[in-house]
Design a protein. Structure first.
Length: 273
């Protein structure tokens, strides 16, 4: 089980999750719902609503993992996909959190070109100034310091596309505009989301530190801004070791305090907004 996506829908927390095995196409996306994320609230209880979308090797050309829900103007759109023929999407009923069936009409949204690897996954959509931006990850995530993951983006006037890159090439034809790729130290950034806080917007993703690859994939943030209608990112936040102090309710649940890597410094340069 991996790659969850959580969204607030009509006052409830919708948590979509993936169930599969690594490299398999026999996969399912499920949904769990909660009234709150506060574990000390008496209303805190996850209700598993079960199957949303599934894929079969002999039936589907997609892989039903990496879900993401977009809620826009009272309508819901679920996107998913990893490898095979890429990213798909469908409209869902927000009351149930599901499409009409577990084998919905899967609209092609993004794929690699015929001559490129099929490695595309981790879709995330954000709406800004009337345009929809679809972020995806290309290439390979899980080879430690040799990871080649990178973040790409395209935009559209409509939630389910067509999505075009900054050169006008369709996302279903392998088009894409680069947002973030490996540098000397930080290897394979990808499977991103966007976080909005009082301090601005942030690109959130996992990455491998080439200086400490045994740590595996770690969480990293960069400030993200917008220039000429396209996202640009700043430097990664600095890292400092702090002693974590979980609230009593978390400790009581079996999570103990430990030394963690926490980003505390701002980027040395902020992108244009």
């Amino acid at each position: 089980m991996w790659a969850p996506d959580i969204q607030l829908v009509a006052g409830k927390c919708y948590l979509y999750y993936s169930v599969s095995t690594f490299g398999s196409q026999r996969s399912v996306i499920g949904l769990a719902v909660n009234a709150t994320l506060n574990r000390s609230d008496p209303a805190y209880r996850w209700e598993d609503r079960g199957l949303v979308v599934e894929s079969f090797p002999d039936k589907n050309d997609y892989n039903a993992i990496d879900p993401m829900l977009l809620v826009d103007a009272g309508r819901g759109y679920l996107v998913w996909g990893s490898y095979w023929t890429g990213i798909k999407g469908t409209e869902i009923d927000l009351k149930t959190g599901k499409p009409e069936s577990s084998q919905p009409k899967a609209i092609p949204i993004a794929s690699r070109s015929a001559t490129a690897p099929t490695s595309i996954e981790g879709a995330y959509i954000v709406k800004r100034d009337g345009m929809y931006y679809l972020f995806v990850s290309w290439d390979f995530c899980c080879a430690r310091e040799h990871s080649t993951y990178k973040v790409m983006v395209r935009r559209s006037k409509f939630p389910l596309g067509p999505y075009l890159d900054d050169g006008g090439r369709q996302m279903t034809d392998g088009g894409g505009t680069l947002v973030l790729m490996s540098d000397t130290r930080w290897r394979g950034p990808g499977h991103n989301s966007l976080l909005t806080t009082e301090d601005g917007e942030w690109l959130v993703y996992h990455v491998v530190d080439a200086r400490a690859p045994d740590r595996g994939r770690i969480l990293q943030l960069r400030p993200i801004g917008w220039r000429d209608g396209w996202p640009v990112v700043g430097n990664a936040l600095g890292v400092k070791k702090l002693k974590a102090s979980p609230p009593p309710s978390v400790v009581a649940a079996g999570v103990t305090s430990s030394t963690v890597e926490t980003d505390t410094t701002s980027s040395s340069s902020r992108p244009a907004r």
